[in-house]
Design a protein around this ligand. Structure first.
Ligand SMILES: C[S@@+](CC[C@H](N)C(=O)[O-])C[C@H]1O[C@@H](n2cnc3c(N)ncnc32)[C@H](O)[C@@H]1O
Length: 447
């Protein structure tokens, strides 16, 4: 995430400038205007103006004596009060009671502003941290439910050349366009609302994409559904239908990337949608190595999420402190799906597991939950059995993929012993190398 964190730093003054412009506040440097940004495709400013305050030059103070410029990368105290109040409202409304989920909160200028300054950077890092798991760098990207575009811009920074951002909030899309102008990044926007029932193909205009992203939007869609007796609720079926439709817009090697909050309920809902799609024949590219029904759904208390440590940008740390929210790690539930008809990748050979828990130490023993081709199992190592061959076990991160040799079944999992070895197959956030395809036995070769 180091490159992504550096790239994000460049966005912070742009986000602040866009926010200040939307609130009619003095700005340093000046951004493209938020309101009235009508064009569908962001126009890049001349190269000599890029990164130096956008196409409108620097802030001109209004009126004589108005010379004080606020800092370019953190908020002034009165600004902080307003933003922290908005972040608090978003946090309560999207994570606790969830009364904002599915509401048009990004059409409220204050909430959009709070989203832009606090949640946008996190979404950006989440997109970078999952796009990095794809086997190929995407060129063309469709971002559905883009809001003000954090995942769309993350895709551009990760090497994409063409990005379409779609959302039902015209205000959020205008913000994305204003950011695009300020950054000199090409981005196209479209208004989109799947509840209206228009086919996604209309939005795509016959194009195929290397990646279709849906960031934190799925859990907000079709939430009015009723649970059928014993079966999945209507909303989950409709979400699975939408993902299947979106996967139909993918180029042959493309990927559908779904990122959701790491909350227990939203994560479990995503896992249920995963199971519906797997039952329809879809292959999961990440994070799953297990091809059956998700084993995390067996116990109500389990769910599955990724976690990547970060050093939050000073702006995010400042707002988080004022709002009483910590951001020392980026957490998310996510799913990378292959296009219809594509096969599951062959897992690397050996006993391979993705670490799906934090370290769980207890009385001289370290344990993690691992999920691999053989299912979800506890993996444990006693301190007295640590050797050079298995020492790596002590410092695993959630998301790492490891190969274990020489572990024995114990209880509901595997116990490593002195003779066991642990090898990192893929660090968290990196693609898992696939096993080479099995060779057909050919004719014997001459010695
Ligand atoms: C939490 S924001 C996520 C924004 C961005 N993708 C991100 O990851 O930060 C959820 C987005 O979903 C959009 N959304 C919610 N319901 C929608 C609907 N029915 N149609 C289109 N967009 C919708 C909202 O407008 C908002 O932009």
């Amino acid at each position: 995430m180091a490159d992504a964190a550096q790239d994000l730093q460049r966005w912070i003054p742009r986000l602040l400038a866009a926010w200040r412009a939307s609130r009619g506040r003095p700005s340093a440097p000046s951004p493209a205007p938020l309101r009235g940004a009508k064009e569908v495709r962001g126009q890049a400013p001349p190269r000599h103006e890029r990164g130096r305050g956008g196409p409108h030059g620097r802030f001109s103070p209004r009126g004589p004596g108005a010379t004080a410029r606020p800092p370019a990368d953190v908020l002034a105290p009165d600004e902080l009060r307003e933003v922290a109040a908005g972040v608090g409202r978003l946090s309560r409304g999207l994570t606790r009671e969830r009364e904002l989920a599915g509401a048009r909160y990004l059409d409220d200028e204050r909430l959009l502003g709070a989203y832009l300054l606090f949640y946008w950077p996190t979404s950006y890092l989440q997109a970078r941290g999952t796009l990095s798991e794809l086997p190929r760098r995407p060129r063309s990207v469709l971002d559905l439910g883009s809001g003000p575009g954090p995942m769309a811009f993350a895709a551009l920074d990760a090497g994409a050349a063409e990005v379409v951002a779609a959302d039902r909030s015209a205000r959020a899309l205008a913000t994305a366009r204003a950011l695009a102008v300020d950054a000199g990044e090409p981005i196209a926007t479209r208004e989109w609302n799947p509840s209206r029932g228009r086919p996604l193909a209309e939005l795509a205009g016959g194009r195929r994409f290397d990646v279709v992203i849906m960031g934190h939007v799925l859990n907000e869609l079709f939430a009015e559904g009723e649970r059928r007796s014993g079966g999945p609720s209507d909303e989950l079926v409709r979400r699975a239908d939408l993902l299947a439709e979106a996967a139909g817009l993918l180029a042959p090697e493309g990927s559908l990337l779904v990122v959701e909050p790491a909350l227990r309920d939203t994560s479990r809902a995503l896992l249920r949608v995963r199971d519906l799609l797997v039952a329809r024949g879809f292959a999961v590219r990440a994070p799953c190595l297990f091809r059956g029904a998700c084993p995390a759904l067996l116990r109500e208390t389990d769910w599955c999420h990724a976690e990547r440590p970060i050093e939050p940008p000073p702006l995010v740390a400042q707002i988080g402190k004022a709002a009483g929210l910590r951001k020392e790690a980026v957490k998310m539930s996510y799913l990378v799906l292959a296009p219809p008809g594509a096969a599951w990748a062959e897992p690397p050979p050996g006993r391979v597991f993705r670490i799906v828990s934090e370290p769980l130490p207890s009385k001289g023993r370290l344990r993690y939950m691992g999920c691999g081709p053989e299912g979800r199992l506890g993996l444990s190592l006693q301190e007295k059995h640590v050797t050079d061959g298995n020492r790596r076990f002590a410092s695993l991160l959630r998301g790492d993929v490891i190969e274990i040799v020489g572990a024995e079944p114990r209880g509901d999992g595997l116990a490593l012993a002195e003779g066991s070895t642990v090898r990192i197959v893929a660090d968290a956030g990196r693609p898992v190398p696939s096993a080479p395809p099995a060779r057909e036995p050919g004719p014997a070769r001459d010695p």
